[in-house]
Design a protein around this ligand. Structure first.
Ligand SMILES: C[S@@+](CC[C@H](N)C(=O)[O-])C[C@H]1O[C@@H](n2cnc3c(N)ncnc32)[C@H](O)[C@@H]1O
Length: 427
């Protein structure tokens, strides 16, 4: 099961179900990375075909040369397989977009070949691009017409939450693609875009990034259990304070590390200690529950820092932003993942590591790391007390030692193996 998304049960498909290919939505400008990830998954699962979706398309698509391969590939893929993918759809029909009057007939014939006979929702979508946005009003009309048609045929059941979602995708004017997504391994949001409302009180728009990350990487139950009032966090590169604000509104006590100024309202909060220090060298006196990091730096540098904090048991879990360089961005992600892993493998940690380019990420991605346990002979040192800091700096008081989480902990997928399966997002 995907942490933060989806359901434990995979959709039931018709006998002899077929899909013709996959579509993965992404941020415009990242089609090459998304397409490369799709091609890699196809190669791994033996799916022969071609990857399309050029620069600026807002998606990458895979067209299989044989239906069997495409179905196997779609069933093997989850949203976590794509750092640069927002949604994963198996498509089964493509043709000219029908006029409103012809929609029922088109649907009748298209749905006759659908891999599923019951749907929990209908998402009518066009790419998240300038050209795609011009089709969004048409999507709204299409969505209403589809819902009506499916309801009339008694094949739309919003309460059957594990049933497939039907996607009607308009890649360009006049073209319609029908596909489906499995709620157990795909995004619950149309276009994979969460609609977040961050109150005006938030010190920065960045607050949305952390909000989305928490929604995506943690399930509702995990958010309740792992972000509780009284827990502690360090925010490296905190100013003006959007991420700190997200943590404090959940009742966490936060050491906000930044030489820049924090939002005065945050400073007034008894939950926040502003520490004017270098985020790379500062360490807490006591381990904390969470490390979040939004410093602008080379991805490998942030990755090493995050890996070190986890390896030294300074935090249990972290969310961090990696600013991508121009050039080979997939290689940068791969190197960052290797860097985190190196730190943790060295000390015998078992962990879950995943990356995703969030909707609110621009030329960046967000990582989530959680240590779920330690090998019996783990070499990890207990954290040493940090050097005494000047009196101007705050103190993070936790009074609690970190506990290792069991390998069966929700959302890790570790299954007791040395390294959690990260979704290939964690390459
Ligand atoms: C993108 S902003 C962070 C925004 C913040 N997450 C928010 O929600 O408001 C990056 C911050 O990192 C800080 N920063 C950069 N290098 C740093 C370092 N070495 N130590 C501490 N802070 C650093 C900058 O001062 C800047 O405020």
């Amino acid at each position: 099961m995907l942490a933060g998304l989806g359901l434990p049960k995979a959709v039931r498909l018709e006998r002899g179900a077929r899909v013709k290919g996959l579509i993965v939505y992404c941020r415009a400008g990242f089609e090459a990375e998304c397409g490369a990830e799709l091609a890699a998954r196809a190669k791994e699962h033996g799916g022969a075909g071609t990857v399309t979706g050029g620069p600026g398309a807002g998606y990458a698509a895979f067209e299989a040369s044989d239906g069997e391969g495409a179905l196997a590939l779609w069933r093997a893929c989850s949203l976590w397989d794509f750092v640069f993918g927002r949604q994963v759809i198996g498509w089964f029909w493509r043709g000219p977009a029908p006029a409103a009057a012809d929609l029922p007939a088109t649907l009748r014939s298209a749905l006759a070949g659908a891999p599923a006979r019951k749907f929990s929702a209908v998402f009518a979508e066009a790419p998240d691009t300038e050209a795609g946005k011009r089709l969004w009003p048409e999507c709204r009309r299409l969505s209403a017409a589809l819902e009506e048609a499916l309801t009339a045929r008694k094949i739309l059941s919003p309460t059957s939450v594990s049933a497939a979602r039907l996607h009607a995708f308009l890649p360009r004017p006049g073209e319609l693609v029908l596909g489906l997504s499995d709620p157990a391994r795909s995004s619950p949001w149309p276009l994979g875009i969460p609609r977040l409302r961050v109150p005006a009180a938030a010190p920065s728009r960045s607050a949305q990034k952390l909000e989305e990350a928490l929604l995506l990487f943690l399930s509702e139950e995990e958010r309740v259990r792992r972000l509780k009032p009284g827990m502690t966090a360090v925010d490296l590169g905190a100013a003006p304070g959007g991420w700190t604000w997200q943590l404090t509104r959940r009742g966490l006590r936060v050491a906000a590390v930044d030489n820049g100024p924090l939002d005065p309202a945050l400073l007034a909060s008894r939950l926040v200690t502003h520490i004017r220090a270098d985020g790379y060298t500062w360490r807490p006196e006591q381990p904390v529950d969470w490390l979040v990091c939004d410093m602008v730096a080379a991805p490998a540098r942030v990755a090493r820092l995050v890996g070190l904090w986890a390896a030294k048991k300074l935090c249990k879990e972290s969310l961090f932003n990696l600013k991508l360089p121009s050039g080979d961005r997939l290689a940068a992600v791969r190197r960052a993942a290797q860097t985190v892993r190196r730190e943790l493998d060295r000390v015998g940690a078992r962990y879950a590591l995943r990356f995703k380019q969030l909707y609110h990420d621009r030329e960046e991605i967000t990582g989530h790391l959680r240590v779920v346990g330690w090998e019996p002979a783990a070499k990890t040192e207990e954290p040493k007390a940090a050097k005494k800091r000047p009196r101007t700096t705050g103190r993070v008081r936790t009074g609690r030692r970190p506990r290792a989480h069991g390998p069966g902990a929700a959302g890790t997928g570790s299954g007791g193996s040395r390294r959690s399966r990260t979704g290939r997002g964690g390459r």
